[in-house]
Ligand binder design. Structure first.
Ligand code: HEM
Length: 361
């Protein structure tokens, strides 16, 4: 009792809490998605995501203390209350799973890691929050924007930042977590070794049948010409390059491997499309499933079309006969089962949508 009245005395005004929650949820979703998809360099974003998440947890404590009576008294319910309760459950689950992952925990459910669950719950909260806002949104009043409420909200942000710093220190005891939030592989799954001792995962639904290398060929196309076609043996004969590169998967693991293959710049030059390369700004890599990703040409030329890991031919699960190795990019951008490399004048915004649906017939 005494604890809850102390909490009430410390609480910023109700509308200030609600609007701060709205800003915190929007920031958490934005920083989380931008970092996780590799849209922007993750270092600062992931820190901000952690700070915002822990500040949101503090805001929700005040919010739940305020609305507890309304929720516990069935007579006070209206049509929107069950949705509010569902939002509370999903938001808490998203926060707990995020903190658990950040502290080094993982309880896989089928192929999904706790990081996947956290991302899923965070995204699920958005439509539920929109329904909640439709029923409950109130504009803040002048008292909500007082100096006192600014100080209290500022205090919560400072507390969130300190809690995040402490959680970072605890997480560091458990081993190296990258800026992307990924952990070294080995601890997460029973690894299915197909030439490389790291998990076989695919973005969304891509799952082609194993490819017969004697039937497979790689097309290297120019802007307006079909360029050339290489069989597997021809590609192997041309592949004399190696990169030590980190594959960082959005499931939350990473692995450092030695990848052998052909530098994409050499592949383009050997295919005779170099005359057109002057007008090309992008290179697109297309999988047998239709999955595709494009890189700016300067970056693409330094990337590797890999045919082997540590001297062993790339297994089917890892994208054999050939996959893109794009250092610094997230795993889902390292296109597997590549059958076409083509020059482009423009970027390819539809690739985001294609990655979500390419595996469905
Ligand atoms: C993750 C975010 C949020 C969670 C988990 C959450 C949860 C809840 C819960 C459990 C209730 C009590 C049940 C009810 O009265 O329907 C409630 C009420 C309410 N919520 Fe939220 N909410 C969130 C975000 C927001 C936001 C962003 C706003 C407005 C900007 C808002 C405004 C309100 C209002 C006005 C009420 C009525 C109770 C009161 O006035 O004190 N909520 N919320």
């Amino acid at each position: 009792m005494r604890g809850s009245s102390r909490l009430r005395r410390l609480a910023p005004p109700p509308r200030a809490v609600d609007w701060a929650i709205l800003v915190a949820v929007a920031s958490a979703v934005a920083t989380g998605l931008l970092a996780w998809t590799g849209w922007l360099p993750p270092a600062l974003l992931v820190d901000l995501h952690g700070i915002v998440g822990l500040t949101l947890a503090g805001l929700l404590v005040f919010k739940f203390a305020r609305v507890a009576k309304r929720v516990l008294d069935r007579r006070a319910w209206d049509r929107a209350t069950p949705i509010s309760i569902l939002l509370g459950v999903v938001a808490v689950a998203a926060l707990v799973s995020g903190a658990f992952w950040g502290l080094g925990g993982n309880v896989p459910i089928g192929p999904w890691t706790t990081l996947n669950a956290h991302v899923g719950l965070g995204l699920l909260a958005i439509p539920i929050l929109l329904v909640h806002l439709r029923a409950r949104l109130r504009l803040p009043s002048r008292t909500d924007a007082s100096r006192r409420s600014a100080l209290r909200l500022g205090g919560l942000l400072v507390a969130g930042t300190i809690a995040w710093r402490l959680s970072e220190a605890v997480a560091a005891l458990g081993g190296t977590i990258r800026d992307t939030g990924s952990k070294p592989t080995g601890e997460l799954y029973d690894t299915e070794t197909e030439g490389g001792s790291f998990p076989v995962t695919s973005w969304v639904a891509d799952d082609p049948d194993p490819i017969d290398r004697s039937d497979w060929s790689l097309t290297v196309a120019g802007l307006d010409s079909e360029g050339s076609e290489l069989g597997y043996d021809e590609l192997l004969a041309a592949a004399g390059d190696e990169r030590r590169a980190t594959l960082d998967c959005t499931s939350g693991w990473y692995t450092v491997q030695n990848w052998q293959g052909i530098r994409v710049g050499d592949l383009l030059d050997q295919a005779g499309v170099d005359a057109e390369a002057a007008d090309a700004r992008w290179v697109r890599f297309v999988s047998v499933t239709g999955y595709r990703w494009s890189l700016p040409i300067a970056e693409a030329r330094e990337a590797l079309l890999s045919t082997a890991i540590d001297g062993s031919p790339l297994g089917h699960g890892h994208g054999g006969p050939a996959r893109l190795v794009a250092p610094g990019r997230r795993g889902f951008q390292w296109v597997k089962w590549v059958e076409r490399v083509e020059l482009r004048r423009d970027p390819d915004p539809a690739q985001w949508a294609v990655t979500l649906v390419s595996g469905f017939d």
